[in-house]
Design a protein around this ligand. Structure first.
Ligand code: AN7
Length: 411
């Protein structure tokens, strides 16, 4: 893959694919990985197992590289008729990223990012994280024998994610600050100490995450009208959009979906920027939301996300914590799909957009649900309450299971 290079999205300066840089040396802009359009078809792909590496020709990792994998991607696309009815739309699918090895979409990026780290000869990797990035990086670092450092905002990382980073042997550093401060620290440290940085400012991560777009086309047999994605640091929506753009460039699809970016109301700088039609982002200084995964006030990938939304004639909105929690419950009770709060934001945003008329009722929509329910058990107990305790006797149990006490599902 001699055609692979890094390119600045602002000034188009190009750099070699083996340079360890995370922003443009000329102007400081974000980098993306680019390559010539490959000659491959969905028929070729279909001969391989369903997952990230099925699309090998579209992933710009040099041939012969030792691939670090835990069988990521290949996640289910669930048709959700009851949820569609609740949201008021004809057709709604959930792309369930909770089914990845560490329970979130981050694994798609880490299989490529950690493979790149290895092929560059790195010995140590690092990230700042609201939780899932650290869980995933810790696992892939363990898988490949790399030392891993993760910097987390103290007290604001869901228990399941923290448990993963600890058990997979990462050095976990908790800073008394928010994610944005942690990210700045890890960017400084990685530059000064030569540790390979695997936040989504690293464009190789996005090369793995873009495969979600390929899988959607594989699973549906066509391109959906709208793809709704929760936004935090804004890597994922950018990556998925890049995937569709590349499919079009390779002549494998003819139209692209509208990208719908959804943020939590207390951490919605990109949505604010788009609402006001501004050219630059004003960071949110003290972001706050129950969806700790997307509690991010200064997302580094905002220019890529804004481009994805604007150039797809897309949509954007923010949803409140109450809307997130209600939607999380609906996804769980109506469909049996357990997602963490940030993931519910995509579905909550779609329901709002259908109610307000900005998405037509007869649309076909894919909501990306980015992480598993069990990531954040403490949130579940706080919104569902603890189970009622009874003495161990028959009378007390029969009291509890009388028909009028049966749980009521929404109509
Ligand atoms: C479940 O782990 O930023 O917009 O440090 O865990 O690509 O940042 C997590 C982000 C959505 C937002 N849903 O994705 C981290 C981190 C879940 C997430 C997002 C995250 P981006």
């Amino acid at each position: 893959m001699s055609d692979v290079r890094l390119r600045c999205i602002d000034c188009n300066a190009e750099f070699g694919h083996d340079e360890v840089i995370y922003s443009c040396n000329e102007c400081g802009g974000l980098l993306e990985v680019c390559m010539d359009a490959p000659k491959a078809t969905f028929d070729d792909f279909s001969k391989r197992a369903f997952g990230v590496w099925r699309y090998r020709e579209l992933i710009p990792i040099e041939e012969g590289a030792e691939i670090v994998t835990l069988d990521e991607g290949g996640t289910p696309l669930y048709r959700c008729d009851r949820l569609a009815k609740w949201a008021g739309v004809r057709s709604l699918f959930i792309k369930y990223e909770g089914r990845n090895p560490t329970g979130s979409f981050k694994d798609r990026g880490m299989t490529v990012g950690v493979t790149k780290a290895k092929s560059l000869g790195s010995k140590a990797v690092a990230c700042a994280s609201t939780g899932n990035t650290s869980a995933s990086l810790a696992a892939y670092a363990a898988r490949s024998g790399l030392t891993c450092y993760v910097i987390l905002p103290s007290g604001k990382v869901a228990m399941g994610k923290l448990a993963q980073a600890l058990m997979h042997g990462a050095k976990v550093i908790s800073v008394k600050g928010n994610f944005d401060q942690a990210l700045k620290l890890v960017m400084d440290i990685s530059r000064s100490m030569g540790i390979y940085l695997l936040n989504s400012i690293n464009p190789w991560r996005l090369e793995g995450q873009k495969t979600l777009a390929f899988e959607l086309v594989d699973q549906l047999g066509h391109v959906p009208e709208v793809v709704a994605v929760p936004m935090g640091n804004c890597g994922n929506i950018s990556a998925i959009w890049k995937g569709f753009v590349e499919l079009e460039g390779a002549g494998l699809i003819r139209e692209k979906p509208r990208m719908f970016g959804v943020q939590a109301a207390g951490a919605a700088p990109v949505v604010e920027m788009l609402r006001k039609n501004l050219e630059r982002l004003s960071p949110v200084k003290a972001p706050e939301t129950v969806a700790t995964a997307i509690r991010i006030g200064n997302p580094v990938n905002w220019p890529k996300a804004v481009n994805a939304i604007r150039s797809s004639s897309g949509l954007y909105d923010s949803v409140t914590d109450d809307e997130i929690i209600e939607t999380q419950k609906m996804i769980a009770c109506l469909e049996g799909i357990g997602v963490e709060p940030a993931s519910a934001a995509s579905v909550a945003g779609v329901r709002k957009a259908v109610l307000s008329g900005s998405i037509p009722k007869d649309s076909e929509i894919v909501c990306v649900c980015t992480g598993h329910l069990l990531k954040d058990p403490e949130e579940v107990i706080s919104v569902c309450g603890k189970p009622i305790e009874i003495p161990p006797d028959l009378k007390a149990v029969s009291e509890m299971i009388r028909p009028e006490k049966a749980p009521q599902l929404p109509a």
